[in-house]
Write a protein that binds this ligand. Structure first.
Ligand SMILES: [Zn+2]
Length: 252
């Protein structure tokens, strides 16, 4: 088994640990890029807790992505594409319905691992009437270190293809405005996605997202969060030297 695959399995089990509050039953999914085109993603219907190599399928990014640009694609088209994107002959399992999200994120060379979960406190915020406001700022220094200076917020849309398209659009806007890639995407009435170069980066981002959310929930009992000013955030956050160029993922 490759090192990447081992790391992906460890990361997935960690997210599925009982008591971690990241995911129960079939919730959550993870992926890792193998090369320029292939990636592992959780198979549909599997549980993160105690997942092993049989819980993942190998999928082709270039076969998944074109459907994002087909405005009239039906549910049947999505099922067909997900099946056709499988790289192993005779594969009987289906990739997670959130495979399109993973494919569009793993297109960025900077993201090697992607983890999506439904953490309890994070979803307390994301399922509330204050979702966008609550996740719009930063409240303490270590949050900035693990999650970056800003998260991508995605208003609720139907799961599957509409969600993948909305996430892509919001991600592009973030990159254009901030000149860098985000570390975390927060989806209203749904959950969080963390992306990164290593399983450690992804896991610490998700853990910090959940910790910050617990604190935020508490602040709403005490009059609401006191967000750090942009100047304070910028003194802690080290911006990349160069602006990130979207051209590097042209065509996605
Ligand atoms: Zn989900």
């Amino acid at each position: 088994m490759s090192e990447i695959f081992k790391q992906l399995i460890d990361l997935s089990r960690r997210l599925g640990e009982p008591g971690s509050d990241f995911a129960i039953l079939g919730e959550g999914n993870t992926s890792a890029r193998i090369d320029d085109d292939a990636f592992y993603v959780k198979a549909s219907g599997t549980t993160l807790q105690n997942i092993d190599e049989r819980g993942f399928v190998r999928v082709s990014m270039s076969k998944v992505l074109p459907i994002l640009d087909k405005p009239d694609a039906s549910d049947a088209d999505v099922s067909w594409v997900l099946h056709a994107s499988l790289l192993d002959e005779g594969e009987k399992r289906r990739p997670s319905v959130e495979t399109m999200l993973h494919a569009l994120l793993l297109r960025f060379p900077e993201y090697r691992f992607v983890a999506h979960a439904h953490p309890v406190y994070t979803n307390m915020l994301l399922c509330s009437n204050r979702a966008e406001e609550a996740v719009s700022g930063r409240i303490f220094p270590d949050q900035i270190v693990s999650m970056g200076h800003k998260s991508v917020y995605v208003p609720y849309v139907d799961p599957g293809l509409p969600l993948a398209r909305e996430v892509r659009q919001r991600l592009m806007t973030f990159v254009e405005q901030e000149g860098m890639l985000p570390r975390v995407i927060l989806m209203q009435n749904h959950g969080a996605i963390a992306m990164g170069e290593s399983p450690k980066a992804v896991l610490s981002c998700l853990e910090m997202t959940e910790k910050a959310s617990r604190i935020l929930v508490g602040t709403y009992a005490l009059g609401g969060p006191h967000f750090l000013s942009e100047a304070h955030v910028n003194r802690i956050f080290t911006r990349p030297d160069e602006k990130y160029r979207l051209q590097s993922i042209a065509g996605s």
